[in-house]
Every structure is written in structure tokens, then in C-alpha cells.
Design a protein around this ligand. Structure first.
Ligand code: IPE
Ligand code: IPE
Ligand code: MG
Length: 249
């Protein structure tokens, strides 16, 4: 067993880990290969990290797979990513089922190519009764899209007289986000050395612990995940209080 894994306190695991999988292109370049090779290799990391998280007992794992801004990439790369998505989902459904993992998505699927959307809907349907962990893919997702959408949904309810403006509070707002049935992540990991959030889960990470690593996503392995969790477990989460007010476990 991994030395790092043995050090993790299983009673204080983050319930929800969110990851910005970054650095596929730079990783490929470092190997003298085209960017798409990095995306393909990144799937190996997705598989390993999903299994490692589920085995640990993490309940939700959200992976940033395609942002609304990623449409601005060269068309050939966008097409390659969409194709990879279909192939991967189709290939992995059985593994998800044998590992008792439920697939979900957040983001605007209506803008995805028909084939990609169908593959996803099929994967979601076939894994919907699994209960060990939920794997959430953020696809054609951005926080600003999500927050504007929530505002519009709420405004429509007010317009229709179903809700009063004064009734809008944090709980009502949260209930209209794409993550309405998912707890906020306690830990956010970004690979590849970039120190930014890139329009990811802005509302949900209000109190998340942020962890940045220089490792490129295709090199990210279970031990890197364990290291991030150990780092998280060594932090003091004060939520506005002072140290002395916290009850030590
Ligand atoms: C992350 O890797 C994958 C996606 C955004 C789809 P990148 O493709 O962003 O790789 P870099 O950041 O250019 O190295
Ligand atoms: C964020 O990575 C989006 C995903 C990981 C899917 P990017 O590589 O697109 O982010 P920026 O543009 O460098 O901030
Ligand atoms: Mg990137």
C-alpha cells in the first residue's frame, strides 16, 4: 500500500473533491507530441483518480473536462476532445458500473454535438442507480453561465408569482444551480502550475481549500491525489472563527 495512503485519516476525508485537470497540451509538447496525445493520455489519469477517490470513500468527484471558453480553441482540437469524450464514456460505462460509480454532468449539454450528448445521456441513465461515488463531469460548463442561468430561473418564478423576491436566500439560490443536489467541494485541486480558477464552481468553492500542483494532468497519479488530501487534512478550516473556538477531534 502507498505510504501516503496509509497516512490519510479516513474519518476526515473531503466528501467532495473538485479538480481542474490542466496541462495536457504542455505535457504532450514536452514529449514532442501533438496536444491531442496529451488529452488521450489524460484519460488514464481520469480513470486512476476516479478509482482511487472511490476506493478511499470520497462521495463526489467533479472534473472540469470542457469549459465554455474552450470552444475558442482551434476547431480540430475541439473536435478531437468531443470525439475522445464519446469514446471514453462508451468504453468506461461497464467499469463505472462494476465500481458502483454514478455519472453526472454539469454544464450546457444542449450545445454539445449530438453524438457526445447521446453518449453522456446513455452513461448517466445506465449508471443512475450506483451509490458508491458520483463522478461529475463539468462539460461546456462555466460558473458565470451557471449563475446567470440560476438568476433567470429564479426571476421566472418571481414573474409567475411562484416566489417572492424577499424569499430569495442562499438556499433558494443554491437550489437553482447545476450543483443543486451536490454538496460544496471541500478541496479544489488544479494541476499544471496555473494559479487561477478559470470560471469553475465560483459559488461552490467559497470555503474550499485550494491546492495547486505543478504536475501536468497526464502525470497525475493516485499518490498525487493522496498528497493533496493529506495537505487538506493538515489545514485548519476556521470558517471565520478563531483557532481556539474550534473543537479538536
Ligand atoms: C486541460 O489541458 C484539458 C482541457 C482544457 C480540455 P490543456 O489542454 O488546457 O493543456 P495546457 O494547459 O494547454 O497545457
Ligand atoms: C480550464 O483549463 C478548463 C478545463 C480544465 C477543462 P484551461 O486550460 O482551459 O484554462 P485557462 O484558459 O488556461 O485558464
Ligand atoms: Mg490549460
Amino acid at each position: 500500500m502507498s505510504v501516503l495512503l496509509a497516512e490519510i485519516d479516513k474519518n476526515r476525508l473531503p466528501k467532495h473533491i473538485a479538480i481542474i485537470m490542466d496541462g495536457n497540451g504542455r505535457w504532450a509538447k514536452s514529449q514532442g507530441m501533438p496536444r491531442v496525445f496529451g488529452h488521450k493520455t489524460g484519460v488514464t489519469s481520469v480513470r486512476e483518480i476516479t478509482e482511487a477517490a472511490a476506493q478511499l470513500g470520497v462521495e463526489f468527484l467533479t472534473l472540469y473536462a470542457f469549459s465554455t471558453e474552450n470552444w475558442n480553441r482551434p476547431p480540430a482540437e475541439v473536435t478531437a476532445l468531443m470525439t475522445l469524450l464519446v469514446e471514453t464514456i462508451k468504453r468506461e460505462i461497464n467499469t463505472l458500473n462494476s465500481n458502483n460509480i454514478r455519472l453526472k454532468t454539469i454544464g450546457d449539454l444542449s450545445q454539445l454535438p449530438e453524438r457526445s450528448r447521446k453518449a453522456l445521456e446513455d452513461g448517466i441513465e445506465k449508471t443512475k442507480n450506483n451509490s458508491r461515488m458520483t463522478l461529475v463531469l463539468a462539460l461546456n460548463y462555466s460558473s458565470r453561465w451557471e449563475i446567470v442561468r440560476a438568476s433567470r430561473l429564479i426571476a421566472k418564478k418571481v414573474e409567475a408569482g411562484e416566489l417572492k423576491a424577499d424569499q430569495i436566500d442562499e438556499d433558494v439560490f443554491k437550489a437553482h444551480l447545476a450543483t443543486y443536489d451536490i454538496p460544496d467541494p471541500e478541496l479544489l485541486i488544479r494541476t499544471s502550475g496555473e494559479l487561477r480558477i478559470s470560471n469553475y464552481l465560483l459559488w461552490q468553492i467559497a470555503y474550499a481549500e485550494l491546492y495547486f500542483t505543478d504536475v501536468f494532468w497526464p502525470d497525475f497519479r493516485a499518490d498525487h491525489l493522496y498528497k493533496a488530501i493529506l495537505d487538506y487534512q493538515n489545514r485548519e478550516r476556521r470558517f471565520g472563527k478563531i483557532s481556539e473556538q474550534l473543537v479538536n477531534p
